[in-house]
Design a protein around this ligand. Structure first.
Ligand code: FAD
Ligand code: NAP
Length: 637
């Protein structure tokens, strides 16, 4: 970016100076004097401080921060209220009978369900949210933001447009106005790079703090990115327009050739402009890995360009770009540290990976880590498999772990037989603690698509017995912040590979329900797959779940096979595990399950976007039935 700089006039006015006074105070003498628009009058506005309204810039940036922090605080406050409510509900429901839990099955006010229906859970229009807009199988234009997301995006866009337009239109010299716009758009672009980089990070602390998914931050990242690029381009054009007027086209070229300050600014703007061209959903999804490599290289070039541009002239935006570099570097470092910590141990060596080719074009990939780590239900990890995909990492939900790596459920930590002495109690506790330190194994199900997942599937299938051992690493676990422990009833919808998101959750809830440490009394798992072969993806884990103590009292499984080869394949094994042909209809399932719900209910979905939209629509239509929450694990990058 190409910007101009202030001397230390920033501290001329005390804090709290009013908007009008700042406007007046910022009027640079040379701007007033420059009444005509001859080349010599314009020249001062092509560089340096002339025309840049530093005080107004700082004032508006203060408001940009205030608005962003206020939104975060509002979300945090509402999350804290929700957390307190669910904690209370969980505590009161621990020993409550089904009838006693009915207190929690009704909303205490009609405002909250209406807010959920019309704002929080609402798609932009009638139903479409995560169902991709596709022109053909290969041309994926992306998804539509939800109503609440759209509101946030309008705030973001609207405020940035307003900040760029609040200029001193009284001045008669248009060059001064352009210089003011150059200063404003430049500093706004740099400040906006802070949330841009923060929200792109896997280790973004706002994920766990506000319990907002990475998917939502990713959406905001994309839109803030667009704003930054447009502001950088406006900044460059505002400089260019004055420069052309003052020096002619040849003069502009000469200025750039001679001045490293301008050259680095141009590097930043050009890199950003290329990012804008290569990042639309169609390109992103068609060539994801190429997009990612180019995106990261261009982002690096953009940050470097802006940094040197600001450093050369010691511009006031310098601290902001330093913050950007700090955030970016520390996120990358955290990833590396996490990766190293998880996969390397002096005592147990490094992670080994077992890959098994499965029917239904998928692989079961188990990472045996050298150390113990707690894996929250609903977490995902990034898998690095250098032999298959070099340095690239791919996100996958943790489909299964060893029980010891789950957060404590309260089940089986102490023997049911009362200890006979304090020393035997101590022994029991030591034993249980030792058990909980066993190294973790993390299993993933990778459905073969066209890139890395297809390659690993083909490699495993070609190996002896359809199995192979390779080296690999995981980074994470991330997310897993949507706790379902306070709901009496949990209905989990899964489409295809989406089952991976729910399995550990189910095991955790059944065990905790038996131990009396959660409110959950009824779990319904609805899983839709295309063929019966796909059921084999999770068979050993499902068998473990089906054999859990008390499972029959809590869990019911409905399996839908949409393209069965023969109806004879669809034999329901028991009354609590049923198989059906054809697509599942979420409204029908909710009509059947919700009238007999226990306490508050949560409906969670993970699967194809179109499927998730059906579930969302069915939930919204039934929000007035009583306390009902909707949780979606979406994947729309
Ligand atoms: C939180 C989360 C959990 C997931 N869990 C599972 C799971 O349990 N099982 C499962 O089969 N799939 C899961 N996925 C999807 C999985 O990440 C992709 O299918 C996989 O990365 C595709 O790799 P590929 O090279 O074969 O992709 P390609 O066939 O080349 O591309 C298919 C699509 O996958 C996505 N993709 C490709 N490469 C990457 C990458 N490096 N990072 C992110 N996305 C990429 C892009 O959207 C692309 O359009 C999950 C995705 C997310 C975000
Ligand atoms: N944590 C996460 O974010 C996470 C984890 C795992 C997977 N995923 C994502 O989940 C998705 C799963 O894809 P997949 O290829 O495994 O699924 P899929 O095979 O395309 O679909 C799974 C099932 O869902 C059914 N279905 C699709 N649309 C439906 C609708 N509108 N109504 C009712 N049923 C519908 C399908 O029926 P038909 O056969 O009739 O189409 C099929 O039986 C992927 O996008 C994957 O990336 C995300």
């Amino acid at each position: 970016m190409l910007s101009a700089t202030p001397p230390s006039i920033l501290h001329r006015f005390p804090r709290g100076t009013s908007f009008a006074r700042r406007m007046a105070a910022d009027t640079h003498p040379s701007a007033d004097e420059a009444a005509s628009s001859s080349g010599s009058d314009i020249l001062p506005y092509t560089s340096g401080l002339n025309g840049v309204k530093l005080h107004m810039d700082q004032y508006l940036i203060k408001w940009l921060w205030i608005s962003m922090v206020s939104i975060a605080v509002l979300i945090l406050a509402s999350r804290i209220i929700q957390l307190c409510n669910s904690h209370l509900r969980r505590i009161f429901s621990l020993t409550a009978s089904t009838r006693q839990q009915s207190y929690w099955s009704f909303d205490k006010t009609s405002i909250w369900p209406q807010f959920k229906n019309n704002v929080l859970y609402a798609p932009l229009g009638k139903k479409r949210h995560n169902r991709e807009v596709k022109f053909s199988e290969a041309v994926n234009v992306g998804t539509l933001p939800s109503r609440f997301h759209t509101f946030l995006l309008f705030l973001l866009l609207g405020s940035n447009i307003a900040y760029c337009c609040i200029l001193d239109y009284r001045q008669s010299n248009k060059a001064a106005l352009l210089a003011e716009l150059r200063g404003r758009s430049g500093i706004l672009a740099t400040v906006n790079m802070i949330p841009l980089i923060l929200l792109a990070g896997r280790n973004n602390p706002a994920i766990s703090l506000l319990k907002v998914s990475f998917d939502t931050y990713n959406l905001l990242h994309r839109w803030i990115g667009r704003i930054v690029v447009v502001e950088a381009i406006v900044h460059t054009i505002a400089w260019g327009a004055n420069c052309v007027q003052a020096k002619g086209m040849g003069g502009v070229g000469q200025s750039i050739r001679e001045d490293p300050f301008l050259q680095w600014g141009l590097v930043g703007t050009v890199a950003m402009a290329i990012i804008l061209v290569q990042s639309p959903s169609v390109v992103r999804h068609a060539f994801y890995e190429t997009f990612l490599h180019l995106h990261q290289a261009l982002a690096f070039a953009a940050i470097l360009g802006v940094y040197i541009h600001l450093e050369i002239a010691k511009l006031p935006a310098l601290p902001y770009i330093r913050a950007v570099v700090g955030l970016w570097a520390s996120e990358r470092l955290l990833r590396l540290l996490r990766l190293g910590y998880l996969n390397l141990s002096r005592r147990h060596g490094c992670t080994n990976v077992v890959v098994e080719a499965l029917q239904g074009e998928a692989c079961r990939v188990t990472f045996n880590l050298p150390r113990h780590v707690t894996v929250r239900p609903g977490s995902h990890v990034y898998a690095y498999l250098p032999r298959v995909s070099l340095w690239m990492s791919h996100p996958f939900s943790v489909a299964w772990t060893n029980v010891d790596s789950e957060p404590p459920t309260g089940a089986g930590t102490l023997s049911p037989i009362s200890p006979t002495s304090p020393s035997s109690l101590e022994k029991q506790m030591t034993l249980s603690l030792q058990k909980s330190k066993e190294p973790t194994s993390i299993s993933l199900v990778m459905v073969a698509r066209t890139g890395m997942t297809r390659k690993i599937y083909d490699m495993a299938r070609a190996s002896e017995g359809g199995m192979m051992q390779i080296s690999g690493y995981v980074e994470g676990p991330y997310a897993g912040h949507d706790s379902l422990k306070s709901y009496g009833t949990v209905v989990l919808f899964a489409g295809g590979a989406g089952i991976t998101h729910h399995l550990v959750q189910i095991r955790h809830l059944i065990a905790a329900s038996q131990a009396g440490t959660v409110a959950t009394r009824k779990i319904v798992l609805v899983w839709s797959v295309r063929s019966v072969e796909m059921l084999s993806w999770v068979r050993p884990w499902m068998d473990e779940i089906l054999q859990m103590e008390g499972r029959r009292d809590v869990l019911k499984i409905l399996l839908f096979v949409t393209k069965p080869r023969s109806p004879r394949d669809l034999v329901s094994p028991s009354a609590t595990v049923k198989l059906f042909p054809g697509r599942c209809r979420p409204p029908v399932i909710l009509d059947e399950e919700l009238p007999t719900r226990v306490g508050a209910a949560a409906v969670s979905v993970c699967g194809p976007g179109a499927f998730a939209d059906e579930v969302r629509a069915a939930v919204r239509e039934r929000l007035h039935w009583g306390s009902l929450d909707f949780v979606e694990e979406a994947f729309t990058w």
